[in-house]
Design a protein around this ligand. Structure first.
Ligand SMILES: [Zn+2]
Length: 335
């Protein structure tokens, strides 16, 4: 306890309680990662969910970072091939990354040779730090927009977000951006396993990649679909609807999302319906002259919300944001 206090106090004073985070240099850590005085605690083991003979993930049950979950609130995944392990998303801290490595070793003794970060949100890639320490030659891929945004400071914003929301449990995490890019359309072979990369345009962010494990008819979809009402601020309604139509048409049996349980075709279908209902109702009421805060209560009564979306985590706190984002997107599309 005593050393915890000390660690926190040092970290807080070093960072000025988060206020100056955005001005820090992206690539220069404030302290060495092995300086245990300044590190958050180790991440406890999260059980592995085995989906099929090659695909696994770590299910996060909490919808947001907290001091209790130490910042573990999205699902990292991995694929075991005859050539090595492909990791899809690495969690939001070095401690989470270390836990993933520890747990993956209970499944296979093959090394992690490739990582794909599904998009820019830091809960999906700040764990890269642990992997480059354990596997210095590991290739880390993302859409080029991730690397651009990290260069512009997104990593520092995200390490600050994680620290503030976990009482500094993620301290010690050094921003470690991807070092290779996929633009979508690539097919790679990893021994006995075929991996196809899909980019579907501006969906949850402008950098979303989906990772298809062809032999297993399994698609890791990052945050493009989830039965949650989460972060819409970087996403688009029309882009999401189009991407879901694409996913529903694919020869895929299992979709593994970045948040929530894996599922079949219901996952993209429900996401599409959710976004279609919001967008089309906003369009209807916009034409009647209503503003976003007048539309929200009407949408709350819609059968899809009553029967389905009201049960999703985040509905009560975040649904209003979805309505106003849809309103703004609809208005932008008028011109
Ligand atoms: Zn996200």
């Amino acid at each position: 306890m005593k050393s915890n206090m000390k660690r926190r106090d040092l970290f807080k004073s070093a960072l000025g309680l988060g206020a100056g985070l955005a001005s820090l240099s992206v690539l220069k850590p404030l302290y060495a990662a092995d300086d245990w005085e300044l590190r958050g605690p180790d991440m406890h083991d999260i059980p592995i969910t085995k989906v099929n003979s090659r695909c696994y993930y770590f299910l996060a049950t909490d919808p947001e970072p907290s001091p209790d979950n130490l910042g573990f609130f999205s699902n990292p995944g991995f694929v075991v091939t005859s050539e090595g392990v492909l990791v899809v998303d690495t969690g939001g801290s070095v401690q989470i990354g270390e836990m993933l490595i520890r747990q993956i070793k209970t499944v296979t003794d093959k090394p992690v040779t490739k990582i794909i970060n599904t998009h820019i949100h830091g809960d999906h890639w700040l764990g890269n730090h642990a992997f480059v320490e354990a596997y210095p030659d590991v290739e880390i891929y993302s859409h080029p927009n991730v690397i651009e945004q990290v260069k512009a400071g997104a990593g520092v914003v995200w390490t600050g977000f994680m620290s503030r929301n976990t009482n500094n449990a993620t301290a010690g995490t050094v921003v470690t951006p991807p070092n290779k890019t996929f633009e979508g359309g690539e097919t790679i072979k990893m021994g006995d396993t075929t991996i196809k990369i899909h980019f579907m345009g501006h969906v949850h962010t402008d950098s979303d990649l989906a990772v298809e494990v062809v032999e297993e008819k399994t698609l890791f979809i990052g945050d493009m679909a989830m039965k949650r009402v989460a972060n819409i601020s970087d996403g688009t309604f029309l882009g999401t609807i189009k991407a879901m139509e694409q996913m529903e048409a694919m020869d895929i049996d299992v979709f593994i999302p970045g948040h929530g349980d894996h599922e079949g075709k219901d996952l993209p279908r429900l996401q599409r319906e959710f976004f279609e209902v919001i967008y089309s109702e906003v369009e209807k009421y916009y034409d009647e002259g209503l503003s976003d805060f007048e539309i929200r209560p009407k949408l709350d009564e819609h059968p899809f919300m009553v029967n389905e979306a009201k049960n999703w985590p985040g509905y009560d706190t975040t649904f209003g944001r979805f309505v106003s984002e849809a309103y703004q997107e609809f208005e932008r599309n008028l011109f």
